[in-house]
Design a protein around this ligand. Sequence first.
Ligand code: ZN
Length: 698
Amino acid sequence: MRSRWDDAEASSLSGLDLLVHVSRLIGAEPSLVVWGGGNTSIKLTEADYRGRTVRVLRVKGSGSDLKRVERRDFPGVRLDDVKALFDREDMTDDEIVSYMDHALLDPGAGRPSIETLLHGFLSPVVVIHTHADAVLSLSNNDRPRDAIRAVYGRDVVSIPYRRPGFRLAKDVAQALAATPKAQAMILERHGTITWGATTREAYESAIQMITCAEDAIAERRRGRKVFGASRVAALEPVARRALASAIAPRLRGRLGSWDHSSATRTPSQYRRAVVAYDDSPEILDFVGSPDAARLSQVGPATPDHTLYAKRVPCFVDVDRLDDPSNVWQAIEASLDRFVQDYTAYFEANRFKSAELVDALPRLVLVPGLGMFTVGADCRAARIANDFYRHTIDVMAGAVLFGDYVSLSPKEAFEVEYWPRELYKLTLAPPEKELARQIVLVTGGASGIGRAVARRLAAETAHVVIGDVDEAGARKTAEEISAAVGAGRALGLAMDVTSEASVRAAFERTVLEYGGLDVLVSNAGIAHSAPVATMALGDWLRSFAVNATGHFLVAREAMRVLLAQGLGGALVFVATKNVMSPGKDFAAYSAAKAAEAQLAKVLALEGAPHGIRSNIVNPDAIFQDSRLWSPEVRRERAAAQGIDPDQLEDFYRRRNLLGARILPEDVAEAVLFFASDRSAKTTGCTLTVDGGLRDAFPR
Ligand code: ZN
């Protein structure tokens, strides 16, 4: 591993600022720390609130990520207060936390990490703790002492696994006191500790320690295929993704409708999840290897892994992928077995306050196919994925030194059901209306589609934006992701008149998020001409987009929703013209009437499966709209006998409320139909037109 130290960057920094800088260098290295793992500290002299000089320990607080850490993420605690604890025999986590509240230099500063004592009990000025993959490979095998000795000689002390807390902090301090010449320390099956009189010294020591482990691994690996020749060969990419996209919605449906309580559920009570697919070469190599079935069940590389990914993944025992129904049966059987095993693990290790919330896997490994990761949202699924990729790296190194070992089930359980971590979960805000849901919006690059995508994303739906304008779709997706979170939106090229393009967009959606809950079929075009002079091509084009386009999109959505079995909502953006057609607007009005009829038939066909289908009829949305091209404006103005400049005002004044209708107004109506607010409504038309007597639904 290369040191990222740069004199030019570091020379102007000192004290806590330099530690913040170096912490980010560590966080930037994914193989050192993942998702909030690891921490750093520095001991400084500061003035307290009365101006007295005190020794202060600044240590990264819990809940922040080294990659983006800032000064304020390092709450200060009085070092004397920390050191005063050293003579105690033991302390519970709760006792440590409430004690630390008193030792804080600034009341109300972020909560210090449970590992504060570990940093405070060590005397060096700067202390760095990482979860480096390469070093974990040395410790997560059945001969850790031999492996560590072979690489480091006597320079590195290794400490047997213990859950983070008071006793571990004391073990570490006592071990260093007993071996004052030690250069660094390994917490077996957990991570590394390095230190220094300066921040640079502690950092370079960490890099050096990790580089030694990496070199030893590279040396042993030379000429070897890590997990051996594959047992199940990976399918070709096209076939692989086709099979994965057939399986993902069924998997999502099975996980979402799992009956924990045996009580019957209404559609809104399904516990949906995001299911993300990964078929990268490293994953395929591992899941197809002869040892994957056994290795995958050994356990996590580090304790924090269990919080997002559980102790072990669900490994699906298949060796042939030619028959999709056979693959699905194997997945179902493996899920059943996982739930049984997980429940037994819970019962065997449970303590009084522990509650079994769900026994379902976060990772599903299928040889030849890849890995599905499961989370309440794309972020949680991504974290589980990251943790497992690092576990694979650690295993790949560990098997070079012996047999891979991990925490015992009991040790894993202690972390997974750590009361402090469970307490953190209770602090999370309640889920929003469309949490855990996946929405596809067609025509989402502008106008109504874009407003709908934004509105539903604000209710924390994951949103896929399809549009013939791919750049526009991506732009909308980027804006949404920037506003509500990375990965929350996906912009795709999608031509609703092309069967292949629609299929491809749904395949992407399903591989990215696992399925679908809401389709907003919105893409449309306008054409204005009297029937007597209308070209056949214009008529057909309007039908291709405004009628057939809705059919192709709805058909694909129905396939996914039926495979999933969790119900769903179809929302069709139609037009006031369905009820009240305008002259010179035959191609548009007739095709949109077909759309509305399609939506009503879908209400009939979807109802037995909990799938609702509803229609929104807007009128005269000009803002951000591509429907109103200059040509259409001119033609519509001519049809109404007015000047094109007067068009917007004309439409505003013709409705009962005299209202200007905005895309955001339509988005509110779509949200109503997309959500459980309208759980008892299907086959319905809602107008968003300011009130037009001729267009009243009847
Ligand atoms: Zn740690």
